[in-house]
Design a protein around this ligand. Structure first.
Ligand code: NAP
Length: 314
């Protein structure tokens, strides 16, 4: 049965950006509705230890942090929908959105906070050691790999930046790339190739992550040469997969301006998209920082901008 809901602010997505937008919008008395999406809580629900979210003296767990954000958003007056938005229309205001369960929203403003997902190699052994030696975020997890041998997979800016950053902790970093040329900017390439702690293995892909079951931990990585198909095993207790991210923006194709990599474009120093009243916050528009705290900051900005937009237009 269709349920029609009118709201000042519709928030799509439930990561740090979405929940922070909800907290600010609710406290501005805008009674926001938040639709959680496919993975309620976002990327932090698939991480373990979080040490870099300010405000916590002790290590906290990603899923717990997202539960707290949800609770805070609900306590201040957010209406939460465990549902998936499958259609939007931004052609006229109020905007329109439909969900899988048949809810129809009309909203004076919309905050898109659908996030992005790290690309993975999609190996069975990768799934096994995710969070137990394998990560897709050096800024988040590098600290846990002090004095260890680690690998970084990829050849773009992220892979090279992550490899350089990880030299602050690791005893040795090996970049594994599937070609014989990096895609990263030249200046980053130079820094990487000149770094004493970094080796590069060209023309190789990961075949398998190998480790122990108790405790679950990574020990070795089997690599395959893409040219002659020969295999070799290297010792490493950490692996960072840096082969790109995919922003969750397919729903907004041809409705909102995006860049060539499908990240939503926002105005400088703002979260406003090319449609007035529609804002984008978090990893769905940020391919540089991708941190929970920066996503939360952008969520706050989006709510404040939505509040101003509604005050000026209604
Ligand atoms: P990217 O530029 O798309 O690079 C992905 C890398 O991963 C490529 O080298 C690619 O290899 C490799 N790769 C992809 N799939 C693979 C697979 N299945 N197995 C093995 N290797 C695979 O992604 P990114 O580095 O995350 O950067 C994304 C965007 O953010 C870019 O526009 C980048 O410039 C930007 N960025 C900017 C900064 C900065 O300005 N400081 C920092 C980070 C990112 P091939 O080269 O063979 O395709």
């Amino acid at each position: 049965m269709t349920k029609k809901i009118q709201t000042d602010v519709l928030i799509i997505g439930s990561g740090p950006a979405g929940y922070t937008a909800a907290i600010y919008a609710a406290r501005a008395n805008l009674k926001p509705h938040l639709v959680s999406g496919l993975e309620p809580g976002g990327q932090l629900t698939i991480t373990t230890d979080v040490e870099n979210y300010p405000g916590f003296g002790d290590v906290i767990q990603g899923p717990w942090l997202m539960e707290q954000m949800k609770e805070q958003a609900l306590k201040v007056g957010t209406e939460f929908h465990n549902d998936i938005v499958n259609k939007v229309s931004f052609e006229k205001n109020p905007f329109y959105a439909e969900t899988d369960s048949g809810k129809e929203f009309t909203a004076k403003s919309v905050i898109i906070a659908t996030g992005a997902q790290a690309r993975w190699l999609n190996l069975e052994s990768e799934n096994k050691f995710k969070g137990f030696g394998i990560s897709a975020c050096a800024t988040c997890d590098g600290f846990f790999f002090k004095n260890q041998n680690i690998i970084v997979v990829g050849g773009g800016n992220s892979a090279v930046e992550e490899a350089l950053f990880l030299t602050n902790f690791a005893s040795k970093v090996t970049l594994v790339h599937r070609r014989d040329k990096l895609r990263a900017e030249k200046i980053l390439q130079q820094r990487l190739l000149n770094h004493k702690k970094i080796d590069v293995i060209w023309d190789h892909v990961v075949e398998e992550f190998i480790g122990s079951d108790e405790p679950l931990s990574l020990k070795e990585i089997k690599l395959k040469n893409v040219n002659n198909k020969s295999e070799k095993i290297i010792k490493a207790t950490g692996a960072f997969i840096a082969i790109g991210h995919d922003p969750a923006t397919s729903l907004f194709k041809n409705k909102i301006k995006m860049d060539t990599e499908n990240y939503i474009i926002t105005k400088p120093d703002s979260t406003e998209t090319n449609v007035k009243g529609v804002y984008a916050a978090g990893d769905v528009k940020d391919k540089i920082f991708r941190q929970a705290v920066t996503a939360a900051g952008l969520g706050c900005m989006a709510a404040l901008e939505a509040e101003k937009y509604i005050a000026e237009n209604y």
